[in-house]
Write a protein that binds this ligand. Structure first.
Ligand SMILES: *[C@@H]1O[C@H](CO)[C@@H](O)[C@H](O)[C@H]1NC(C)=O
Ligand SMILES: *[C@@H]1O[C@H](CO)[C@@H](O)[C@H](O)[C@H]1NC(C)=O
Ligand SMILES: *[C@@H]1O[C@H](CO)[C@@H](O)[C@H](O)[C@H]1NC(C)=O
Length: 288
């Protein structure tokens, strides 16, 4: 008995010391360790992501418009909105010239912002239908909204996103309602300068028989016709006066530049682009 007690007395401290070290070590480890990951909050605290929706803007243009694409990449590359993930892509029909296969491929490798549709270049024989009905297959992801825009329109992404913030994410048809003076988005259609559809309507265009049967005619007008025939787009929003044609170019569709602008259309000449960019202080920060 005596001997056993002696062993305990001798071994106890030598057991306690490692135990203490063990406890200290793991406590320190515990305190050094970052708080346990919370999958939902971890990303948002590390990289604040306040975006509330996503939008793909497809600019319908032609393969040969290299200079216009270069310019528009600058215009949209310097814009963003904290409200939305916005991707701008250039959309055109099948390539037709040998040099396009190399030059467009270079652009795609560098910018990854081109969608090539299976069609022959046209204004009013189905490009818009091909565009919307191909998106589900062409795009690697879904977006809440898809826009169709011309390549002669200046879109201001921040006011655009702000104007969409409170609007429905489904069954939405948004743009500049035609005729020019109309304030009622529930009759007629949205101008081709730039109109937006929610993803469910894009999918509907791709799957319904209604659009398939009428693809020839003014592109923007047809979209309004399909939606009417399909009893679609219960949610509509015509953003006037924030969207318009460049001053003096198109009767009552035009008015003077205004600070709350979302889109100015019919920018055909450099002097028009310059006036618009200067008016909106786009390059003012550099003051060259
Ligand atoms: C930010 O959040 C939105 C909505 O939750 C999501 O769709 C988007 O992909 C996120 N963006 C990034 C860069 O994580
Ligand atoms: C492109 O369209 C043509 C005519 O509509 C069709 O015959 C062809 O299969 C299509 N090609 C692809 C890759 O979808
Ligand atoms: C551009 O900057 C000027 C001078 O700071 C300002 O008065 C004007 O309101 C700005 N324009 C717009 C459209 O924000």
């Amino acid at each position: 008995m005596k001997r056993n007690r002696w062993i305990v007395l001798v071994t106890l401290p030598s057991l306690i010391l490692p135990l203490l070290l063990f406890i200290i070590f793991f406590n320190v480890q515990y305190f050094l360790k970052p708080p346990p990951p919370n999958p939902s909050s971890k990303l948002s605290t590390m990289y604040p992501n306040q975006t509330q929706f996503s939008l793909m803007i497809g600019i319908l243009t032609r393969a040969d418009n290299y200079d216009r694409r270069h310019f528009l990449r600058l215009i949209y590359g310097i814009q963003s909105s904290p409200l939305a993930t916005i991707h701008v892509k250039f959309v055109f029909c099948s390539l037709t010239k040998p040099e396009q296969r190399v030059l467009i491929a270079l652009e795609m490798l560098r910018f990854d912002d081109i969608l090539i549709l299976n069609c022959t270049e046209n204004m009013n024989s189905g490009k818009t239908y091909t565009y919307f009905s191909s998106l589900a297959q062409l795009l690697p992801r879904k977006y809440d909204y898809v826009m169709k825009a011309d390549d002669d329109v200046f879109i201001r992404l921040e006011p655009l996103a702000l104007s969409l913030k409170a609007l429905p994410r489904v069954d939405l048809y948004y743009g500049f309602v035609i005729p020019c003076a109309s304030m009622n988005p529930f009759v007629e259609y949205m101008s081709g300068m730039g109109f937006l559809l929610s993803w469910d309507l894009v999918e509907w265009i791709g799957s319904s028989e209604i659009p398939k049967e009428s693809v020839f005619g003014p592109e923007d007008k047809l979209v309004g016709k399909w939606l009417k025939m399909g009893n679609k787009a219960k949610n509509r929003f015509s953003n006037k006066p924030a969207m318009y044609d460049y001053p003096g170019t198109n009767g009552r569709c035009s008015h003077e530049l205004i600070p709350e602008t979302v889109a100015v259309h019919r920018l055909k000449r450099w002097d028009q682009w310059l006036r618009v960019l200067e008016y909106f202080n786009v390059t003012k920060g550099l003051n060259l």
